[in-house]
Design a protein around this ligand. Structure first.
Ligand SMILES: *[C@@H]1O[C@H](CO)[C@@H](O)[C@H](O)[C@H]1NC(C)=O
Ligand SMILES: *[C@@H]1O[C@H](CO)[C@@H](O)[C@H](O)[C@H]1NC(C)=O
Ligand SMILES: *[C@@H]1O[C@H](CO)[C@@H](O)[C@H](O)[C@H]1NC(C)=O
Ligand SMILES: *[C@@H]1O[C@H](CO)[C@@H](O)[C@H](O)[C@H]1NC(C)=O
Ligand SMILES: *[C@@H]1O[C@H](CO)[C@@H](O)[C@H](O)[C@H]1NC(C)=O
Ligand SMILES: *[C@@H]1O[C@H](CO)[C@@H](O)[C@H](O)[C@H]1NC(C)=O
Ligand SMILES: *[C@@H]1O[C@H](CO)[C@@H](O)[C@H](O)[C@H]1NC(C)=O
Ligand SMILES: *[C@@H]1O[C@H](CO)[C@@H](O)[C@H](O)[C@H]1NC(C)=O
Ligand SMILES: *[C@@H]1O[C@H](CO)[C@@H](O)[C@H](O)[C@H]1NC(C)=O
Length: 812
């Protein structure tokens, strides 16, 4: 350096040369890597050198992307033993041992390869750091490679799994924390027993499993199917069982990380915005948690409760009490024991599942599905079978020899599982139409009997009540003292009045404990009172869902009857939707969340609760909003439980609200879950438009919100429907808005059979608009006129004027 001492420009040039020349990718016994140097791979994709994690003084040897400015550490050599200070050095001995030394004397980390005459360590452009023979230009055979010893990250091309020749058994372990790369609590590896799959563990506890490779994807990770960024591969032979993935080209930068919170995440680097984008992660929902619903349980994330027995005909909850409390991990047990010897067992198919844990299963690629079935039937301990490779129509065979564990349902990304059940549990085919009719008659007689008994019971109950005054221990629900309620509402003062419902005023109350309540006081004049009251009490007491309003108890004093609900500070949805100033507070995101919430609540009523319940009076006024604007369906006064096989019900008494009633109900008194779906559709369109169905556009009954939406839809001008007060919020979610409009139209179709069930509605809310069917013409419930006698029926009830809830006897 001396000769150039007074020639700074040359010096700079030289130092540039020096850094460039230090960007080598190899170390040799004579050229170790000092703390202040980095290796850069030949294509400049990766760099290797010493780094210091944020908020730490320790030095570690690590690997990161050379071109990505945000240093992302992908591999750490000495993760458990840092170098203190900047004296670290990576060197390779002439015997082939790769080591990090602290300060000449102490070895911090080392790996040993023997039998190399001219060893070098090289950083390859794949991110693999290898030790090999210096002359050896061939790839693939290395004395040692970093890819066999991952830290917390799996890179493209990294072979993960078991290699019996090299003893490889890759384990990916999370960092302890953001600034400490030492071994964390979560680790993933491949369990090669049975049918190989990846597991995530916390200590000895299984957290998640990927499911086995089925030729298309990992059975428990739908996102592992090939896409533009990734393609998964699987290799299994006598010597190795390996998973790996590749990217289409070098400009796609992706990684899979086991992070400190126990999440396996797959990220892609976005060059345009210079940031990582999460592409997929697991566990994603409770159903991903290993064994969430126990043996023979099936977890369905779209239903509530999520745990079901695999086949309700053949399995029942093992611990019904816990099961009822939504704790499903005890799983289910067979109703009838398998009867192997007599050869009478059969199989039932469960569709769209993540295949059960298969460590005790075996795979045979040479069998087809029929041979697979035969194989399973022959072995008494075989519990199920499935196709091993679903690509190309299905081939190969997996059979299980233990309890079926950790099964979940998917919407469209699962596969078929054939579960062995005793002959007695195989449901006989559907009864013929004739015998169905017979059954309906029998059931009708049976239930009218029950109804009669119930009425007598009611009558007696009521008399007893009247004699005893306050009291009523026969209801399984807290009874509040009248004086308590009167005090909490300041003697039912006008200031505490929240509104006027279908059957009387509603008050806000504050109990001594400070708890706020809503008190629904049934008007004494309402001749429907007692029956509706009891109906509501008994029903809601048994319903629990986050989108249904909770009943705390009731209060009975002589003729006075009250229902005590949880208090909803934000009143009801109509208050926001149809009040001009308030409408602005409900931006599109909130509206969408409300639609989803109401759909969930309704699905629960229709399918998931212990009863099948038709609400019959769903409307904006009956959707209450909590502090966070989560919707809760209220007012079950007119709900009906469907019995047994019933799908619809014919009534002489038409109840409900103009504008929300389906045509078949308004005209013929037939109600079914599809009448609720109709009301839901109206609600959706009202939520999007901020307009009431009734009286929206004109006082002519022939032009209501439904017909208006329909004509805009046909003209392709649906966006004009959207409430102007939220126009500032919807442009970012036009697809959601259009999806909701289309969905709303599907729900209000004239024919009940055309309308979707709530379970489909939930799915549609999350799907692409193109996958929704084309709606047909809506049913205009108020177009023709059996209900145009509104003024006369109004006299019977003291109700709010616009959203009149009617209860009118139909003369027939
Ligand atoms: C790195 O540090 C060593 C001493 O540890 C020194 O001799 C060398 O010049 C430094 N190299 C660079 C590029 O700074
Ligand atoms: C090596 O480093 C350690 C810790 O920094 C220090 O205590 C020790 O004296 C050093 N040894 C030598 C030989 O420099
Ligand atoms: C490498 O292995 C040999 C033989 O197993 C052992 O004697 C030597 O100490 C090892 N070297 C390192 C650096 O671990
Ligand atoms: C692979 O490693 C995991 C965890 O470290 C261990 O549980 C498993 O038994 C190992 N598999 C084999 C075949 O050694
Ligand atoms: C690399 O692949 C991505 C995703 O498939 C593609 O968008 C991009 O154009 C490709 N780049 C090159 C250089 O081929
Ligand atoms: C782990 O990954 C999940 C999903 O990408 C993310 O939400 C979480 O913040 C991550 N945890 C850490 C500590 O990075
Ligand atoms: C097999 O069937 C016979 C007659 O149907 C019955 O007596 C016997 O108990 C059955 N065996 C088993 C194991 O259930
Ligand atoms: C496999 O079978 C053995 C013996 O029947 C049992 O103890 C073990 O729990 C089973 N493992 C799994 C994962 O089902
Ligand atoms: C699955 O089947 C497809 C089509 O038959 C075949 O191409 C593929 O190799 C199979 N995969 C495995 C893992 O057997």
């Amino acid at each position: 350096m001396k000769p150039f001492h007074n020639r700074p420009i040359l010096l700079i040039l030289l130092s540039i040369l020096a850094t460039t020349s230090s960007a080598r990718d190899t170390i040799t016994p004579t050229q170790p890597l000092e703390d202040n140097e980095t290796l850069v791979s030949s294509g400049s994709h990766f760099a290797l050198g010493f780094f210091t994690p944020t908020a730490s003084n320790n030095r570690y040897l690590g690997l990161w992307y050379y071109k990505i400015t945000e240093q992302t550490i992908l591999w750490v050599a000495n993760r458990d033993k840092p170098v203190i200070g900047s004296t670290g050095r990576l060197s390779i001995t002439s015997g082939g041992a790769l080591m990090i030394t602290d300060n000449m004397s102490s070895v911090v980390w080392s790996v040993n390869s023997t039998g190399l005459s001219d060893p070098v360590a090289q950083l390859l452009d794949t991110g693999n750091f290898v030790v090999k023979e210096g002359e050896d230009r061939s790839t693939g055979t290395y004395a040692w490679q970093g890819f066999d010893h991952p830290t917390d990250t799996i890179l493209p091309g990294m072979m993960v799994g078991l290699d019996r020749r090299t003893g490889r058994n890759s384990t990916v372990t999370s960092w302890k924390s953001d600034n400490d790369p030492s071994l964390g609590s979560y680790y993933g590896f491949m369990d090669s027993r049975g049918v190989p799959e990846m597991y995530l563990y916390l200590g000895t506890q299984k957290i998640w499993r990927s499911g086995a490779w089925n030729g298309v994807r990992l059975s428990g990770s739908p996102d592992t199917a090939t896409n533009q960024f990734f393609s998964f591969r699987f290799l299994m032979n006598d010597r190795e069982v390996t998973y790996w993935y590749v990217t289409p080209n070098d400009s796609v930068v992706s990684r899979i990380v086991v992070n400190q919170t126990g999440v396996v995440q797959r990220d892609v680097w976005l060059w345009e915005s210079s940031q990582w984008s999460n592409f997929w992660y697991a566990p994603e929902d409770p159903c991903d948690n290993y064994g969430h619903c126990g043996p023979y349980g099936a977890c369905d994330p779209n239903s509530s409760p999520a745990c079901k027995c695999l086949l309700p005909a053949a399995f029942a909850p093992k611990n019904p009490v816990n099961w009822g409390l939504r704790e499903g991990s005890d799983g289910c047990v067979r109703k009838t024991r398998l009867d192997c010897r007599n050869g009478t067992d059969g199989f039932l198919r469960v569709g769209n599942v993540k295949l059960p844990e298969s460590a005790n299963g075996t795979e045979d690629t040479s069998l087809n599905l029929d041979e697979c079935k035969a194989k399973c039937l022959m072995d008494c301990s075989c519990t199920a079978y499935a196709s091993a490779n679903i690509s190309g129509g299905g081939s190969g065979c997996i059979v299980w020899f233990s309890e079926l564990m950790d099964i979940r349902l998917y919407v469209g990304d699962g596969q078929d599982l054939y579960v062995r059940v005793a002959a007695a549990d195989i449901v006989s085919p559907k009864p013929s139409q004739k015998s169905r009719n017979m059954m309906v008659v029998v059931l009708a007689i049976f239930f009218s009997g029950i109804l009669l008994l119930a009425c007598i019971g009611c009558f007696l109950w009521r008399r007893k009540k009247m004699r005893r005054g306050a009291g009523g221990n026969d209801l399984d629900l807290p009874l509040f003292e009248f004086s308590t309620i009167a005090a909490s509402t300041e003697q039912f003062s006008e200031e505490n009045k929240l509104g006027e419902g279908g059957f009387g005023p509603v008050y806000k109350g504050t109990l001594k404990s400070g708890q706020e309540i809503a008190v629904k006081r049934l008007s004494k004049t309402s001749f429907q009172g007692l029956e509706e009251f009891k109906n509501e009490v008994v029903l809601i007491a048994k319903l629990q869902h986050r989108n249904l309003v909770r009943l705390h108890g009731c209060c009975i004093k002589e003729e006075e009857r009250m229902l005590i609900y949880e208090y909803m500070p934000n009143k009801s949805l109509d208050f926001f939707l149809f009040g001009k100033e308030k409408a602005i507070l409900l931006d599109w995101q909130k509206r969408f969340q409300i639609i989803i919430g109401v759909a969930r609540g309704l699905l629960y009523l229709h399918q998931d609760s212990r009863f099948r319940i038709i609400h019959r009076d769903l409307k904006a006024g009956n959707v209450l909003l909590d502090k966070e604007m989560n919707p809760k369906i209220s007012d079950f006064g007119m709900a009906r439980i469907l019995m047994g096989d019933e799908t619809d019900y014919n009534t002489r008494k038409i109840v409900g609200t103009y504008g929300y009633m389906s045509p078949e109900y308004a005209m013929d008194g037939i109600f079914s879950v599809k009448s609720d779906v109709f009301s839901f559709g109206v609600l959706v369109l009202e939520t999007v438009s901020g307009k009431k169905n009734r009286g929206a556009y004109s006082h002519s009954h022939h032009i209501n919100l439904l017909s208006h939406t329909w004509s805009l839809w046909k003209e392709g001008k649906s966006m004009q429907l959207v409430d102007e007060s939220i126009s500032y919020s919807y442009p970012m979610a036009t697809d959601e808005v259009l999806r909701c409009i289309k969905l709303g139209l599907l729900c209000v179709q004239e024919k009940p059979e055309d309308r979707p069930l709530m379970s489909s509605v939930i799915l549609m809310l999350g799907s692409d608009i193109a996958s929704l069917p084309q709606p047909k013409q809506p049913g205009f419930a108020i177009r023709s006129d059996p209900l145009e006698t509104e003024p006369s029926s109004r006299k019977q009830h003291s109700s709010d004027v616009n959203d009149l809830t009617v209860t009118m006897p139909e003369g027939r």
